[in-house]
Structures are given as structure tokens and as C-alpha cells.
Design a protein around this ligand. Structure first.
Ligand SMILES: Nc1nc(=O)c2c([nH]1)NC[C@@H]1CN(c3ccc(C(=O)N[C@@H](CCC(=O)O)C(=O)O)cc3)CN21
Ligand SMILES: CC(C)C(=O)C(=O)O
Ligand SMILES: [Mg+2]
Length: 272
């Protein structure tokens, strides 16, 4: 069958992601760290591949993401780009690679120029607004990561739900608005009550991608290894899509279908 422009629900540009949001077509995102899984995810029609600093945990076996280096991120972004040459690829800015404007420009520059990423993701609240503004002005698209910030795990003392009380929820919403005002083209919100995820997606024109943020956001992201059942202590928001299926390809295809028809995440796979 011939593809027409309207069939293409697989957005490969940032404007296409905005269009998907306007059309209420859920966006699918998945982490990838190497060429083989990038190709598998590409073939399954995942919209955006995230080279997450979660690679410190699922690939390197560390207990958190703090030790991941910019060199690690550049290397894994190269691998993912080789496996999925035509796919939108987002790369995490690792811990302390984005502390000053000059350093953030140099770090993001490497992720785009050497790694082949299309955009970068920055963890943080309002304090990251000047960084996001500078990258945006330089032509580097940025996704703002709010809610649970794994790079702040030493302050938080663990990976816990954020935005549970009204004050914290208002702060997260305010942060996201400020970061979008600074130029962020996408927002990723991690580990917040479902109603807060919905409020963010409603308040912003920008696509809001959730992980553990309920079903009312504009798209979902999961860590690849979690989706394949390789997490011994999975958070609530994880579903093992390989369980009961015959192949990794089928698991990835099932994830795409479940996000698109909004059957994932179910009520019990979120926080209240
Ligand atoms: N494999 C993997 N999957 C992830 O989703 C992930 C990573 N690694 N590494 C970086 C961060 C850390 N993340 C995490 C890790 C644990 C929980 C967790 O156990 N959450 C508790 C919530 C406890 C509460 O109610 O506050 C849960 O039971 O869901 C959440 C997010 C998400 N990211
Ligand atoms: C959990 C997702 C959002 C992430 O930032 C990562 O994989 O590093
Ligand atoms: Mg990350």
C-alpha cells in the first residue's frame, strides 16, 4: 500500500512531534544504547530514540546515573545513530556536563556533531533556563526534563514520586513553563501523579512525554531493558512487554500499539 502524508504518524522532525500533539496522536519514545536495538526500535516504528544516561545503570551496572561521562554519551549516541540513520534521536546531557552556558554548548555540540543526535535533554528546573536559552539560540533543540531528576538522587535520597503536594506540583508546572519560555521544544516529566502529568500537557503547547506520569500526557517513554523484563525491581510504571510474546520485535511493536491506543499506562501503572 502506498504511504500518504497522512499515514505517516512516525514523526522524524520536531515540528512533526508538535503536529502529533495537536492531532492528539500519542508519541512513542524508548531508550536505546546500541545499534542493534536502535534498528529493532526503528523497525517497530518508535517515534523518538532516547540515548538515556540510564545507560550507567542498565548497561554499565552502576547504581545511579552520576558516573556517566560525556564521552560515554557521545559513544552510545554514535552507535544508536548507526542503527537508526533516519530516526529522531535525543541524547541526555550527563551529570555536570551542563553546569555553565559555555560547558553546555560544548557538551551539546559534541552530542550533535560527533554523536549525531537531533536534540539533547537537560534535567533540571527553572535554574536551567539560561542554559536552555543559550542552546536554543545556537540552534540546538532542547527537551526539558522535570519531575523526578535522577541526577539529583544524592539530594533526594532515592527515586521517589515528585509533585505530590500542591506546592511541589505548582513548582514543577512553573519550572516547565519557564523552560518552555526559554526555548525548550519538548518536556519530559518523570514520576509524578497522573493528574499533574495531565495538567502539564494541557497547560503547554509543547509535547509532554511522560514516564510514570499517567495517561494524560502527549507521549510515553520507557527504558528498553524494563520493557524487556530485565529489571529485578521495576517501578510501578514499568510493563514487561516481552512477557507472553515470542520476540523482541513483537514486544517493541506491542509497546508502540499500547501507547498509541492509550492502553499503556493503565491506572495501576501510575501514581496518584
Ligand atoms: N532501568 C531503569 N528504569 C528507569 O525508569 C530509570 C532508570 N533505570 N534509571 C534512571 C531513572 C531512575 N528511575 C526510577 C527508578 C526507581 C523508581 C521507583 O522505584 N519508584 C517507586 C516509587 C516510590 C514512591 O512511591 O515514591 C515505585 O515503586 O514505583 C522510579 C524511577 C527512572 N529511571
Ligand atoms: C528515564 C529516562 C527519561 C531517562 O532520562 C534515561 O533513560 O536516562
Ligand atoms: Mg536520563
Amino acid at each position: 500500500m502506498m504511504n500518504t502524508a497522512d499515514d505517516v504518524i512516525v514523526p522524524r522532525t520536531i515540528p512533526a512531534l508538535w503536529q502529533a500533539k495537536r492531532r492528539k496522536q500519542p508519541i512513542t519514545m524508548l531508550t536505546a544504547y546500541d545499534a542493534s536495538f536502535a534498528r529493532a526500535a526503528d523497525e517497530a516504528g518508535i517515534d523518538v530514540l532516547l540515548v538515556g544516561d540510564s545507560l550507567g545503570m542498565v548497561v554499565q551496572g552502576q547504581r545511579d546515573t552520576l558516573s556517566v561521562t560525556l564521552d560515554d554519551m557521545v559513544y552510545h549516541t554514535q552507535l544508536v545513530r548507526r542503527g537508526a540513520p533516519g530516526r529522531l534521536i535525543m541524547a541526555d546531557m550527563p551529570f555536570l556536563s551542563d553546569s555553565t552556558v559555555a560547558q553546555a554548548l560544548a557538551s551539546a555540540g559534541r552530542l550533535l556533531q560527533e554523536g549525531g543526535a537531533d536534540l539533547v535533554k537537560i534535567e533540571g528546573g527553572e535554574a536551567k533556563a539560561p542554559i536552555i536559552r543559550a542552546l536554543t539560540d545556537a540552534g540546538i533543540p532542547v527537551c526539558a526534563h522535570v519531575g523526578l531528576l535522577p541526577q539529583h538522587v544524592r539530594q533526594l535520597g532515592g527515586y521517589r514520586v515528585q509533585g505530590r503536594d500542591a506546592e511541589d506540583a505548582a513548582r514543577i508546572l512553573h519550572d516547565a513553563e519557564v523552560l518552555v519560555e526559554a526555548g525548550a521544544v519538548m518536556v519530559l516529566v518523570e514520576c509524578v501523579p497522573g493528574p499533574l502529568g495531565t495538567r502539564l500537557a494541557t497547560a503547554l503547547e509543547t509535547p509532554v512525554i511522560g514516564i510514570g506520569a499517567g495517561n494524560g500526557v502527549d507521549g510515553q517513554v520507557l527504558v528498553l531493558h524494563d520493557l524487556l523484563g530485565l529489571n529485578d525491581h521495576p517501578p510501578r510504571f514499568v510493563r514487561d512487554f516481552l512477557r507472553g510474546r515470542g520476540s523482541i520485535g513483537q514486544a517493541l511493536t506491542a509497546y508502540v500499539a499500547a501507547v498509541r491506543d492509550r492502553s499503556f499506562p493503565a491506572e495501576h501503572e501510575g501514581y496518584i
